[in-house]
Design a protein around this ligand. Structure first.
Ligand SMILES: *[C@@H]1O[C@H](CO)[C@@H](O)[C@H](O)[C@H]1NC(C)=O
Ligand SMILES: *[C@@H]1O[C@H](CO)[C@@H](O)[C@H](O)[C@H]1NC(C)=O
Ligand SMILES: *[C@@H]1O[C@H](CO)[C@@H](O)[C@H](O)[C@H]1NC(C)=O
Ligand SMILES: *[C@@H]1O[C@H](CO)[C@@H](O)[C@H](O)[C@H]1NC(C)=O
Length: 352
């Protein structure tokens, strides 16, 4: 299985020189596309349409409002697009577009990471502490958080949101946004597409399920291990509770656009986030916790690895792919030609 190679390689990178190399425990599983939709119940609750398009996975109770903290994802959902059938959480990010020379936009298709099955969507990781077996506290019902800034036009915090220009096949190396990953979108053809990784904080204030900016109730760890995979750094006194490290991996199939005749004549790169950002700084990840009962805590305590976990209920890839939602906002999400509020028009307005 490919993820083992990947996990081994990344651990080897972090503990090289320490002898044996165990596979670090980490849930790593596929969540197929639930819907690609212009809604954002975290940042713009109730706003239809939201300012930009997202690709969303997880439980099918996702909707424009999802009132906090009363919207109960496990009871309001009837299915999930994720492998583990007790996970009704919602996960979403921005969407990538290709800007053609004539100024039109095409949505970049998504594909599924190595070793997993499904349709588009997001590979989700939950990583317990690699050093302290009892340390992580799973999220509480109503918990939400956000990484990245959709309005960002310059570099953000290091190693939180990044892109990798993927080689033709595989890539058994680090997933912690270290080199060769960049905050900018890659500037050349990527033979294996573009991977974006979004890494959430691992320290919680222990009290607030959310905060006005959706980030200040959580904090990144500090210290020499802060950039290692998993909740391995030290938590600040203000945010003492160690939470699982949530990480998203999203694969964009830019291969159909690897053609000199399609790229801008000046050689600049043609990809643009649905936020209107042609640099790459505005990619972001939203998280609304929705695991049923104590299922996530059980999986963390059992230190399950990959997408097989005997303390969790699973479903087949076909069942997960079957869980989809119709779009609420009626627009052509694949190209910019049909609707005045669609992505192409918004992008065009921002890019001038
Ligand atoms: C969103 O879901 C909640 C809970 O299921 C429901 O009460 C509400 O009506 C839904 N809102 C929309 C806009 O569909
Ligand atoms: C613009 O260019 C794209 C890519 O070359 C092409 O698919 C599309 O048909 C063109 N649209 C118009 C209106 O010329
Ligand atoms: C592991 O984490 C638990 C819970 O946070 C803590 O009480 C304990 O002291 C930690 N053990 C070590 C060796 O750090
Ligand atoms: C997919 O959904 C359809 C309609 O609800 C249902 O009839 C079918 O059995 C489902 N297939 C799987 C594999 O769950």
């Amino acid at each position: 299985m490919q993820w083992k190679t990947l996990a081994l390689a990344l651990l080897a990178k972090h503990v090289s020189g320490q002898g044996s190399v165990p596979i670090p425990p980490m849930l790593r599983f596929e969540c197929s596309q639930l819907v690609v939709e212009r809604l954002d119940p975290l940042v713009n609750p109730g706003l239809v349409p939201s300012p930009h398009l997202h690709q969303i996975v997880g439980g099918n109770s996702f909707n424009a409002s999802m009132e906090h903290p009363t919207h109960d994802l496990p009871s309001a959902s009837t299915c999930t697009s994720c492998t583990f059938s007790e996970d009704f959480s919602n996960y979403w990010t921005a969407v990538l577009y290709f800007r053609a020379r004539n100024g039109t936009f095409k949505r970049v298709p998504q594909f599924v990471s190595d070793g997993l099955k499904g349709t588009g969507g997001i590979t989700v990781y939950y990583i317990p502490s690699t050093t302290n077996k009892t340390a992580v506290t799973a999220f509480k019902p109503g918990f939400r958080m956000l990484v990245g800034d959709a309005a960002s036009t310059s570099k953000g915090p290091d190693r939180k949101v990044c892109h990798r220009c993927m080689p033709k096949s595989g890539d058994a190396s680090n997933i912690n946004c270290g080199s060769p990953d960049t905050q900018e979108l890659p500037k050349a053809f990527c033979e294996g597409g573009i991977r974006t990784v979004i890494t959430f904080p691992t320290c919680w204030d222990g009290k607030n399920l959310d905060s006005p900016d959706h980030t200040s109730h959580v904090a990144y760890a500090t210290g020499s291990k802060a950039n290692d995979v998993g909740p391995t750094g030290s938590c600040p006194a203000s945010h003492p509770v160690i939470i699982p490290q949530v990480m998203y991996e999203v694969m964009w199939d830019t291969r159909p656009f690897n053609d000199k005749n399609l790229w801008p004549a000046d050689g600049s790169q043609p990809f643009v986030w649905s936020t209107g950002d042609p640099h790459g700084y505005s990619q972001h990840g939203d998280y609304v916790f929705g695991w049923k009962d104590d299922s996530l805590q059980r999986a963390m305590d059992a230190r399950c690895t990959g997408d097989v976990c005997n303390v969790l209920k699973s479903q087949t890839a076909e069942q997960a792919m079957n869980c989809t939602l119709p779009r609420v906002v009626d627009e052509d999400i694949d190209s910019c030609k049909s609707h005045p509020s669609n992505s192409g028009e918004v992008l065009r307005a921002r890019l001038g």
